[in-house]
Design a protein around this ligand. Structure first.
Ligand code: TXA
Ligand code: MG
Length: 354
């Protein structure tokens, strides 16, 4: 179905109730609305309506075995989505919700299998964004929402990114400005004996461990490259090559001076072959590169700024028509694991150590 997509500005600090009513009614009637969260923009539909979930997969071009996250606005909604709520989930919800944490629990029978991609478990999150919370409440639904990009593209961190991918495919985009975090939520699986991180994010294993007072493990499938099929990630979405720009991308990792020398040598060789080269660098070192374009993604001293600008810059590489992209490595102290998880996937795990 072809839509004339309407993009509506919503000021998160002064939410227009009429707009939210209109958006909520669309969700309640089985339609889709893209909306901001604190992590990335989501593409929402009624999670209890398998037709609405099917529309989400179709609009994104997403494989139907890749389950959606169900977004709730109130703790009391947990029982509508999960069939049992373990003590750990309550502890984590009290500590981190609303916020960038998704929990995997055993699903309630009311949640259709289309929403969970055929799984018996369900991913649940309470987003920390006034527009997202208002949309959930106005719709009277729990809202299934993957990131609002077309499948394979970097997640959207502003409404313009959503429009680039989904214009004509959905009726409405709520434009609440740029997101705050810029990387998708941490996913923790609470259905096994030991809680397991299936996707790293802003909430780290140390933070989870401090609340639960137990060890948290990390899905061994996250360590492997896309060509290494031996250990599959447990979150179906983590097995796909995505977050990726179209050009070949290589991460160069090591001492700052060695990284700059290596990248500049490669740029000279690429230029002889007539290739257009883009470098993704921190603000501190950006001026050192002789590339066609240098994209400064943030300050090393302010790791949140790097996370916030990562996806936008990956999209910019496509717009600028790069043939080759070199990126510095950003193993920053807290959110570095999440940044590198996305960057490694974008680069198809191509890393040069210097
Ligand atoms: O920050 C976020 O989480 C954003 C915003 C919109 O909330 N949403 C998001 O959704 O990133 P999506 O669909 O792009 O990523 C959901 C991930 C996928 O990797 C999917 O495979 C995994 O969650 N997932 C969902 N349900 C699961 C389940 N029952 N078991 C394991 N993994 C699950
Ligand atoms: Mg996604």
């Amino acid at each position: 179905m072809q839509y004339k997509t309407e993009s509506i500005l919503v000021n998160p600090e002064f939410i227009d109730k009429d707009v939210m009513k209109k958006a909520g009614n669309l969700i309640a009637s089985g339609e889709l609305v893209a909306f901001p969260t604190e992590t990335v923009y989501g593409l929402g539909g009624n999670a209890m309506d398998d037709e609405a979930s099917s529309k989400i997969y179709r609009a994104k071009g997403r494989p139907s075995d890749n389950p959606l996250i169900v977004h709730i606005a109130d703790l009391s909604d947990l029982d509508k989505v999960a069939c049992e709520v373990p003590e750990r989930a309550i502890l984590l919800a009290n500590a981190f919700w609303p916020g960038p944490l998704t929990m995997i629990l055993n699903k309630n029978a009311d949640i259709p299998m289309t929403t969970t991609g055929g799984m018996d478990t369900v991913a649940i999150r309470m987003p920390n964004h006034p527009v997202a919370l208002s949309l959930i409440r106005e719709s009277g639904c729990v809202i299934a929402a993957p990131s609002a990009n077309s499948s394979g593209r970097p997640s959207p961190t502003c409404a313009q990114h959503v429009a680039e991918d989904l214009n004509g495919r959905i009726p409405m985009i709520l434009d609440g400005g740029s997101v705050n975090i810029g990387l998708e939520s941490t996913i923790v699986d609470l259905t096994e004996k030991v809680p397991m991180i299936l996707r790293p994010g802003y909430i780290t294993s140390e933070m989870l461990s401090a609340v639960l007072k137990e060890k948290i493990c990390i899905d061994p499938g996250l360590q492997t490259g896309i060509t290494d099929q031996k250990v599959k990630p447990k979150a179906p979405g983590m097995k796909y090559r995505h977050y990726a720009p179209k050009a070949e991308m290589i991460i160069v990792d090591g001492e700052q001076k060695n990284v700059i020398d290596e990248i500049n040598q490669r740029i000279s060789a690429d230029h002889i072959k007539g290739k257009k080269v883009i470098v993704i660098a921190a603000e501190e070192s950006g001026v050192q590169y002789k590339a066609d374009h240098v994209l400064c993604i943030g300050k090393r001293k302010d790791e949140d700024s790097i996370a916030r600008h990562l996806y936008g810059n990956l999209r910019k590489c496509d717009q600028l028509g790069a043939d080759v992209i070199y990126s510095e490595s950003f193993s920053t102290p807290v959110i570095g694991q999440a940044i590198m998880n996305r960057l490694l996937k974008a680069a198809g795990h191509q890393v040069i150590k210097v």
